[in-house]
Design a protein around this ligand. Structure first.
Ligand code: GLN
Length: 411
């Protein structure tokens, strides 16, 4: 247990502090990345039908329902390695991408292995690495000012030399996340090729979290595993919850070559045995019908409309923010926000960085919640993160408009 007690693993995490129950009932929640709209009926019907049948209430195959693996294969087409995926050995359904990623860490990290993560990082990677005895190595993504200087900083760049210098003989894996949570960054082809070159040279594994692949706003999503030579060393995670507004379904998957999927299958089986059967039917129904219904293109348009409303709120407020290239988060620079020195912050905020104070203050004063991002940084570079809050636009338009109005109260 010592690994968990040391460091920050047992500290109340950002999701628990800024959970709805800790905030006023009237608060608009732009914190946890979760939709306030329903999944499509035609996807939900998959689960409803399953529940009405006998078999649909029982264990699924540990690799995932054959129906869902087939649907994932069809959805992926030949975009991974120029041919269809093999449903028996190259696709594993997991309990959300979260569990697939954890099982991946468990399968491959040996005590003392170094794992490179780009900072800020989705916080679960850190625990996943530490719990399995690995050593996280941080490589920062640097904010750089946008065209207008003050407003809208779109660019968070990776310094490939910095990445090269962080590789040691003990490096086992690089964790990639594109589109990126919380930055909304889509890694450029040059960056991806730089990572690929390094992976090749040092024989590294890549865990590529691509759960926002269906929400890329400026071009096509580039799968890391589709780069030359990368299929063999990459495990890619995907998520039905994110695709179909069904985050509570807990259905995701990992894709990769048989030699990499087999160990993840073994660890995943011990963690969850199999994923939830009825909800796998919902995910399958979703994937089976999405293309014919033009679902993903339409959904992308809807998210762009949502993004525009939230961006406009920051524009009017006159603070700089990140224009996301993918995903559904905006990072807003709250470096200039001030609050009274005697403001009553609760104890679980008081012992944290400035962003926790800012997020709490905004939630209490204007009724909009957000996620402070220092939990997405190692302690030594939290001073960069403490100037930003992450706001989610995975909400309906009226909710976003109301939140935008409330935020003007910070002027
Ligand atoms: N992936 C979601 C987000 O980033 C949910 C995270 C969580 O609840 N731990 O907001």
């Amino acid at each position: 247990a010592s690994r968990l007690v040391e460091g920050r693993a047992l500290r109340e995490d950002v999701w628990s502090v800024f959970t709805a129950v800790n905030l006023p009932p009237s608060c608009i929640h732009l914190g946890q990345g979760d939709m306030n709209f329903a999944p499509p009926d035609w996807a939900r019907e998959g689960a409803e039908e399953a529940l009405r049948s006998t078999k649909g209430n029982h264990y699924a195959h540990q690799k995932g329902l054959p129906r869902l693996r087939k649907a994932i294969q069809q959805y992926c087409g030949n975009r991974f390695h120029g041919r269809e995926l093999d449903t028996e050995s190259e696709i594993l359904v997991t309990n959300g991408a979260n569990e697939g990623e954890y099982a991946t860490f468990t399968a491959f990290i040996e005590p003392g292995d170094e794992v490179i993560i780009f900072e800020p990082f989705y916080d679960a990677y850190l625990q996943g690495i530490i719990f399995n005895g690995g050593i996280p190595v941080y490589v920062p993504l640097h904010p750089s000012p946008g065209e207008s200087g003050k407003l809208c900083k779109p660019a968070w760049t990776l310094d490939l030399d910095e990445l090269r210098r962080s590789v040691t003989p003990r490096t086992k894996m690089i964790v990639l996340n594109t589109p990126h949570n919380p930055l909304g960054k889509v890694f450029t082809r040059t960056e991806l090729e730089g990572i690929a070159e390094l992976a090749d040279k040092h024989n590294l594994l890549i865990m590529s979290d691509e759960v926002y692949e269906h929400l890329v706003y400026n071009g096509d999503h580039v799968r890391f595993a589709s780069l030359p030579g990368m299929w063999e060393r990459t495990i890619t995670a995907g998520s039905a919850g994110k695709m179909f507004a069904g985050t509570g379904w807990r259905v995701g998957w990992v894709i990769g070559p048989p030699e990499l999927i087999l160990p993840v299958y073994a660890t995943s089986m011990r963690i969850v045995l199999c994923a939830n059967t009825p909800m796998q039917h919902a995910a399958a129904a979703g994937l089976e019908q999405a293309d014919a219904r033009g679902f993903f293109a339409k959904q992308r348009e809807e998210y762009m409309e949502r993004m525009a409303i939230l961006s406009d709120a920051f524009e009017r407020l006159g603070i700089s923010y990140t224009r996301p290239e993918g995903g559904y988060f905006i990072m807003a620079d709250i470096g200039n926000l001030r609050w009274p020195s005697d403001y009553p912050f609760p104890p679980n905020v008081q012992n944290r960085r400035r962003d926790f104070y800012a997020s709490w203050f905004i939630a209490m004063e204007v009724g909009v919640s957000s996620i402070p991002v220092t939990d997405f940084y190692c302690d030594t570079s939290a001073s960069i993160g403490e100037n930003y809050l992450r706001f989610s636009f995975a909400k309906d338009l009226d909710t976003l408009r109301a939140a935008g109005e409330r935020l003007q109260g910070l002027k």
